[in-house]
Design a protein around this ligand. Sequence first.
Ligand SMILES: Nc1ncnc2c1ncn2[C@@H]1O[C@H](COP(=O)(O)OP(=O)(O)OP(=O)(O)O)[C@@H](O)[C@H]1O
Ligand SMILES: [Mg+2]
Length: 509
Amino acid sequence: MRHEDMLTARSLVKSYGGVRALDGADIRLRGGEVHALVGENGAGKSTLVRILSGTLAADEGSVRLADRAREGGIAVVSQELSLFPDLTVRENLFPHRPPRRFGLLDRGAMDRAARPVLAELGLDVAPGALLGELPLADQQLTEVARALLRRPRVLVLDEPTSALPAAAVNRLEQVLRTLTGRGIAVLYVTHFLEEVMRFAHRVTVLRDGRVTLAGVRGEEIGVPDLVKAMLGAAPPPPVRRERAPDDGPPPVVLSEVCVPGRLTDVTFTVRAGEVVGVAGLQGAGHLDALAVVCGRTAISAGRVGVGDRGLPRSLRDAIRAGVAFVPSDRKRFGLMTDRTVWENTTAVSWLALGRGGVIPSRAELVRRTADLTGRLRLRGGPHDVVAQLSGGNQQKVVFAKWLATDPRIVVLDDPTRGVDVGVRAEMHAIVGELAAGGAAVLVASTDLAELTEVCDRVLVFVRGRITAEVSGGRLTEHGLAAAMQSGADARSDGSGGPGTPEIAGDPGS
Ligand SMILES: Nc1ncnc2c1ncn2[C@@H]1O[C@H](COP(=O)(O)OP(=O)(O)OP(=O)(O)O)[C@@H](O)[C@H]1O
Ligand SMILES: [Mg+2]
């Protein structure tokens, strides 16, 4: 009786003002199965999740939980991290009923309960660490751990892997297998269709608030069927740029740069017209190299040139030197979520003022942003408050507002995090056009396939040093993963001699 129905939702309708986010959607979750939910940005996935978990009321329709499911209830890992950065990992894990002893919080009991769950997720963090100081991937896994500690019968994960490196995704896959083995029903929202094919027993596709594929068994479909059900049309073919990089002075130069505990003797350049990737395992230093270019990290040795200036002292300084920075963490660096789309767009022009070269006027910037958001099929108008856009649509705003400034140097950190396959292809095309127009592009991504698709070459970092440059026929996901891994194991087998640099566990923050 493992595959009995745990949750049945029928004919759900939900409107926000004039927007119909759900338009008669059904879904049925069975115990012992991973059920994937996919669809374009704004298709209604998170809205469905909120209704299933009871945080949002539907206008019409019903949600029924099986008796067996009631006790443990539904636990949700939401798309936007909902943890408290100023609290410790431990405090975040037990938000509701922390174990007590003699009326006091029982830290020992908390840690004993948490340890096996953290270990299962491969999350190696001190329970007393402040959550906000952990890398984003660890924060996301902490959120998963918190959900698991509730011992739910139904577990809902809304894009849990968008910030996770491949190793953590594999671990999550193992955990999901264990959970479904115990008869738990899992609803898994993601934009990674490969993951869907790997993890899911069934798939439901939402399009404009309606179900276009209902609980189809994974082995009965392929990625092209999913894409068609999501978009209603074939995705645009990948774009390949043909152009020679400029041989003038490179806009980005790092020469023997050191950042204590993070980077050792890092030397590279990015020429105008080039798209250069950086890759590495967590804490390998690749993100620190981006942080140097963006003026977010001080260096202890070496030489840096950004635009026609030296080392930027702040992000503002970097922007003046011609840098546009598209961050992965749109909440912290990317957007003022309580403001409208246009307020966010025009705020950039203030920062970009004083930059060398021509600064687009505010009206021009708004026009270009509108152009880009149109290409990216932004759901929502200029006067919509950003907080009301779906997660992927917020990311489109971050991308568009920065790239509309006509930057000379583009720094992208997980630029397509959380956007659907069609928009991902369009963003890649835009990056290609920027490079063709003479921009120097530097990109990091947790999605190795993305690096192979957009980059001319990729610099691989291991323990704070560049250990390989991968390009041409070797630029494959497999080739990158192998290069990232090689030499990295030395740390875990304890053989690190005097030459082992002490690389901290978290990337630049
Ligand atoms: N609080 C809100 N106020 C107004 N509109 C909203 C609100 N929340 C969501 N919407 C709208 O409802 C629609 C569906 O949003 P939802 O967040 O469910 O999409 P999604 O499928 O999760 O997308 P993504 O893949 O980008 O996360 C979108 O058009 C969105 O703008
Ligand atoms: Mg969503």
